[in-house]
Design a protein around this ligand. Sequence first.
Ligand SMILES: Cc1ncc(C[n+]2csc(CCOP(=O)(O)OP(=O)(O)O)c2C)c(N)n1
Length: 652
Amino acid sequence: MNYDELKKLSDKKFFDSLSIEDLNNYAELLRKYIVKICSKKSTHLASNLGTVEIFLALNKVFDFTNDLFTFDVGHQIYTYKILTGRFDRFPTIREFNGLSGFPDPEESDFDLFKVGHVGCGLPLALGLSAGLNKEESNKVEDKNIEKDESKNKKKPEKQIVTLLGDGALTNGPMLEALNYIANRKNGKIIIILNDNGMSISRTVPSITKKLSLFATKLNIRGSLEQKLKKKGHSVIIESLVKFFRSMKNFILPKQIFEDFGIRYVGPIDGHNIKELIEYFSFAKNFPHTILIHVKTIKGKGFKPAEENPELFHSAPPFNPLTGEVKLSTNTFTNLFGRIIVEKARENKDIYAITAAMKNGCGLDSFEKEYPDRFIDVGIAESLAVSMAAGLAKIGKKPVVCIYSIFLLRAASQVYHDVVLNHLPVFFAIDRSGLVGIDGPTHHGLYIYPFLCGLPDINLFNCGFIEDVESAFSLLGNAKLPVFIQYPKDVANSFYDEIKKMSYEIGDDLKVEYKPFDINKIYGHNESKIAVISVGSSFSICKNAFIKLFKEKIYFNFYYISQVKPFNDSNVNEILSNNQKIIVVDESPSSSYIYQRFNEISSKVKMENNLKINILPFILPDILITHGTREQLFDLIGFSSKELVNLIKRLEK
Ligand SMILES: Cc1ncc(C[n+]2csc(CCOP(=O)(O)OP(=O)(O)O)c2C)c(N)n1
């Protein structure tokens, strides 16, 4: 079969005519195709290789045009995209103007929600169910599933199906949803638990450990039974079976879920399409909320991904034959990973806390060297922040290592547990600003304005290696919370960038980096325009500077990475030497530095009767799609080209 065959799968009549054997063949073809396309770009390969059979079986049993599907995270739905008419566009996945890597209703009516975070699948399904079931009631009922089963209530018109991973079971909203299910009367949801034993790294155990324990016990039981049978020990077999039955009460996930009023079935082999279809059909006809526990292999069918599912969770481009990947080593993430190890070497009170993002936050070496000071709480961001507050209270030096967008999940804890208590918790905030191809679910834009509004904190928006190093030099002695954000980008040295600029303009810029100050990079006696570049906006300003310099248009160029507390030591000088001041900040709707300049200038203007205009050059508050950072900057006009245009207009 060639890959074009896959296009036929979105024809439901054709799909329904396929035998189990055909579906198995298509599963293999789908996997090969996904590997081929994903090898060229950064994608969630391993998760998608594990869910191929689940989606084929779902399409046999359910009606994608009528039943309602929610996906937790939504990073695992590539097969679903192909089955729902997106084969032709599939090669564009995670490219600018191409398919999203996540569900997206703007892309297809088959996707209900734009999602990309853990913990949304079941809560969203509950909302759908509450809306669909008019008799839905919140009364606490004594749930006796067996008894209710016999009543065989009328099925809802639409089935509501949610697919979630075992990692999701470590997440707060998911557990809140389970708790809610336990307390309600009506409304059926089919929960498919895709258990591959992994989040991105190994899933943080507890509930999920019980799931894998059960599977292990089954295997032990199976192999023991076989061995004993061979030796003819039938009495022993009987007592063993009894023993394992009684053990079930302690270790069975059945118990966990049925305590929440959810009928549990499984675990079943998630790569056996026949079995999946049987169980999904059972679930479809079952009148109450039911969970099908499916065991899958993350990275299934592509050996390098099976052997290293963590690396291939969000894999960079790779060789599709060997699985060889080229990892970049000069990113801000790597830089932070090195810094925190060095700091931990000097100070035994330093702890690193992550919410299941060890690798993404650059903590692999830290975990290896300091396992006792490495805390992975699972996909539980608010817990990570509260625990850090506790650690700081007893004198430890916790660093919460987190992506900007996921820190939003813990905004309340940041304010309530940390800031309100003046605790010197450090936050290493990765993926700030536009993150690129992960798109709107992941852009790290929204915690920054929130942080800017908090009192008594240190906040850094880093654009250089030196910024990150100087911000972390406070670790150990800080008296207040310190938030250090940096983008998903290559980390350059301030001095290297100045050297490159000097080369480009043919002039030797002599600048000394001042860590907590407004750095003056270039000054021109006759220019009355100043550009204040904040952290990650530097390259846009630099490119505009070089372009204009070559056209003999000059502006006074400043750089700052410390946002809070605002260092106003040379603001007056800037205000008295310039009439138009542009503050460039990768922040939506407003910029704290812009506001401070504005406030100070208002006073100065009144007192000295000066004419000064302060202009923000920031991001628009619109939802921004996926693409490379550069493509997105161009799209929204936060680019050197637009900055050049603005300065030329101001020049006139
Ligand atoms: C709130 C939140 N925190 C962290 C992440 C980053 N993340 C993406 S997928 C994933 C692991 C999900 O594990 P699981 O649900 O078991 O799915 P699998 O990839 O193993 O199939 C994590 C932590 C996220 N998307 N959302």
